[in-house]
Design a protein around this ligand. Structure first.
Ligand code: NOJ
Length: 762
């Protein structure tokens, strides 16, 4: 039994509240047991204490005495010790979290423990590939493991709660935050959401290696107009229900402990004050019983959005809609009590939200032991350990996407003189990516280091940076950018290229060129890189282009001129090892894109599962059909695309039947043969097209996939079961619709597949 509630409410009552969780195994107690404990506690709380549970601050160690600053005279300190703060973000480390927990548990009247939250997006200290990169692995098991490892590191550092995964479907590569999610497809995004949530949360939230996950940003944030961060979202209901919401529904089914709302307005209503989303869909339709946190000051931003005249009105709108925890706007702590006293909102509304917060604290076992996560020994043992670094290497290898490989230039074969050129070749920081939590700066294995380690000593490896990394004049955070003016490094790079058999060029975006607030209008290679690439190409066209970036890039010139292109994203801790081993063929690439790469930025937004339109593209020479006159309709590299050193041949699709009923199913199978002399993994993808529907259908949608290893020369029969769930869609009114009629099933290596068969739902 814990002492903190005892001191105030008496032994017998505290025992009644807490006894059901005094044994760690009973973290799995039933919902009704937990609910009764929550209600007992709620009954003891004053209105101010309740509102405190809904107040979240970003606090540093100034309150715990371990930094020089002293926050103890501040308003926030007083609020902390009087139970007016329920959760804290950005405070880290076993030591500091323990101290702050002590402060609150010891000094506040009820001693209700705090929740410590943080953005653990793709690792805590050990950096895994950025989420978009990881999604290219299509390996759900590995993604679950990286989330689990990230969660274990965070938990050992005193954290209870991550603001991840971001499960916003994203169709516009100009938006910087595409790096944080799993790309453009709702089905894949949903599968990955479940894997990541399961990874973070484990089987039991009360386990001290599990942390609570957050499904974010609810909803529509990925559809910011023109890819400009925080911009308005104007989408129709079909897009909302069929593209945006399915991953969130999957998150509810996976028991995500929390949801975070979004900054954007969606069809003229800010997500933070959106009753339709937060109440009608999330609570009423999906029966979600976790907690909803606002995004950073998104309640305050209701004033900027122009729907609230002041913060008090914003507080009212947000709580009424269902935003339960106020992150950093101070709207609730300032105004909720007043609003209740004035009869503007009912206390019962607050109680619902407080219950959800307390429930999470019970679920995490914090009433059993508020300090269980803050353990210095475990922190030393778990954070950044070797096992996690090895895992980072493993998934990095599966996340690399081979975009082009003319004449099998790759894998490298007995090459004597290699020039390694480019601003990212020796960069140990870029591979760590944006949203890097507690990553140690410059701690990634660089590409150059990776090559040095794997190439035989007989290879002559030389390096020139070509273009420098620098900090631009308007760079608020002083982050490295790619130089836009200084060509002084070109000469050395060109000389090197001239005297080498092969050039490996490492180009792309530095870590902070994608991510929040990093939308770009031009998504070509930034700075002087393209110019350098062209000049090197003129001297020695035997180039392997290794790209490091957090979003799809526009690569039309590169695709036309460079013989081999490797998409290596921001791959995390062991990036250099993973890339080098792929270049020499020790690792066979198996990644496939989860976002389309455009031919031209003017094609954006571009995604494979678009509508057919009334004028679909037809024969050449036509004018009056849906197209741009100056660029082909297709993307440069489609969703699902990626090459391998192996070659795979698909046979014809065989269907067990050419019709099915609602209660029946059809088995679709295809033989996939590895016709090369190298073992390799292939992601076999199944898409379905509804041929005629009451609402205009999409050209095709991913419904299933399998990542399988096929040995050299072997043929594998890959089978899928088509069931009614794969044939339905959401109508604009949000209702699911299963309509009789014809369907096409496609099975192949990417979304541009044409190998198909038809069947009928009777
Ligand atoms: C703003 C971001 O939109 C959100 O994703 C993040 O979790 C919060 N800041 C907290 O850092």
């Amino acid at each position: 039994m814990t002492i903190f509630l005892k001191k105030l409410i008496g032994v017998s009552f505290a025992f009644a509240i807490l006894t059901s969780c005094s044994n760690p195994d009973e973290g799995k107690s039933t919902k009704s047991q937990k609910d009764s404990r929550v209600d007992s506690l709620l009954a003891l709380m004053t209105l101010e204490e309740k509102i405190g549970q809904l107040n979240q601050y970003s606090l540093g160690s100034e309150f715990t005495g371990s930094s020089n600053k002293n926050g103890q005279d501040s308003v926030r300190y007083q609020q902390l010790i009087s139970g007016q703060v329920g959760s804290v973000l950005n405070l880290l480390g076993a030591e500091d979290t323990r101290k702050m927990q002590e402060l609150v548990v010891e000094k506040s009247r009820l001693g209700i423990p705090l929740l410590f939250a943080y953005d653990v997006i793709h690792g805590y200290q050990t950096m895994f590939p950025v989420p978009l990169a990881e999604s290219s692995s299509w390996n759900l098991e590995l993604m679950q493991k990286t989330a689990q490892a990230a969660g274990a590191e965070a938990a050992a550092s005193g954290l209870h709660w991550t603001f991840a995964p971001m499960i916003d479907v994203t169709v516009d590569a100009r938006w910087g935050r595409v790096m944080e999610g799993a790309g453009e497809d709702p089905y894949l995004q949903a599968e990955i959401a479940k894997a990541r949530i399961n990874g973070f949360q484990g089987e039991d939230l009360a386990h001290n290696k599990s942390i609570a996950a957050t499904a974010k940003h609810f909803a529509g944030y990925g559809y910011a107009e023109s890819g400009k961060d925080y911009n308005s979202v104007n989408i129709n209901q079909y897009i909302l229900h069929n593209h945006i919401l399915p991953p969130f529904k999957a998150a509810v089914e996976a028991n995500a402990a929390s949801f975070m709302n979004a900054f954007n307005d969606i069809n003229a209503v800010p997500a933070t004050a959106n009753e339709y989303l937060l109440q009608d869909i999330l609570r009423d339709k999906w029966n979600y019983d976790g907690v909803v946190v606002s995004d950073w000051n998104s309640i305050g931003e209701l004033v900027n959005h122009g729907v609230s005249p002041d913060l008090k009105d914003a507080a009212k709108k947000a709580i009424m809609a269902g935003s339960e925890i106020d992150m950093e706007a101070t709207a609730y702590v300032q105004f909720l009590a007043e609003l209740i006293n004035e009869g503007e909102i009912e206390e019962a509304k607050i109680d619902i939200a407080v219950r959800n917060v307390l429930q999470l604290k019970f679920d995490l076992g914090l009433f059993d032991d508020p300090y269980k996560y803050s353990d210095l020994d475990r922190e030393k043992e778990i954070v950044g350990n070797q096992i996690h670094h090895d895992l980072a290497e493993k998934i990095a290898k599966e996340s690399i996407v081979l975009l082009k490989n003319d004449k099998n230039l790759l894998p490298l074969k007995n090459i004597k003189n290699i020039a390694v050129i480019g601003p990212l070749a020796k960069d140990k920081d870029t591979p760590l990516g944006n949203w890097r939590a507690q990553a140690i700066e410059n701690s990634a294995v660089s590409l150059y280091e990776g090559l040095e380690n794997v190439l035989p000593k007989s290879t002559n490896l030389k390096y020139a940076q070509g273009v420098e990394l620098s900090v631009g004049p308007n760079n608020f955070f002083q982050e490295q950018e790619i130089n836009k003016e200084d060509r002084s490094g070109f000469e050395k790079a060109k000389n090197l290229a001239k005297n080498s058999d092969l050039v490996i060029m490492a180009l792309g975006e530095t870590a902070y060129m994608s991510g929040e607030g990093r939308s770009r209008a031009d998504i070509g290679l930034p700075g002087l890189q393209k110019e350098l690439l062209k000049e090197i190409h003129a001297i020695n066209p035997n180039i392997i282009l290794v790209l490091m970036n957090g979003r799809p890039l526009e690569l039309s010139w590169e695709d036309e001129n460079i013989p081999a292109i490797v998409e290596a994203w921001h791959l995390g801790q062991r990036a250099g090892t993973a890339i080098a081993e792929t270049l020499i063929g020790k690792n066979n690439s198996s990644g496939k894109l989860t976002m389309s790469f455009p031919r031209h930025v003017g094609q954006l937004p571009i995604y494979y599962n678009h509508k057919v339109t009334g004028r679909p593209s037809t024969a050449p020479g036509q004018v009056f059909y849906s197209h741009h006159t100056d660029v082909d309709n297709s993307p440069l590299y489609p969703f699902g695309y990626g090459l391998s050193y192996s070659s795979f041949e698909y046979g014809e699709i065989e269907l067990s039947d050419n019709s099915m009923t609602e209660s029946g199913s059809i088995e679709a199978s295809v033989s996939v043969k590895n016709t090369s002399d190298m073992d390799g993994q292939e992601v076999v993808q199944l898409y379905i097209q509804d041929l005629v529907a009451e609402e205009t259908p999409m050209v095709k949608s991913l419904k299933a996939f399998k990542k399988i290893m096929i040995k050299s020369g072997q043929s594998v029969e890959v089978k899928f079961t088509i069931e009614k769930d794969m044939l339905s869609y959401y109508k604009s009114n949000g209702e699911i619709s299963l309509e009789k009629g014809g369907f096409k099933v496609f099975i192949g290596k990417n979304s541009a597949v044409n190998n198909h068969k038809e069947f009928v739902l009777k």
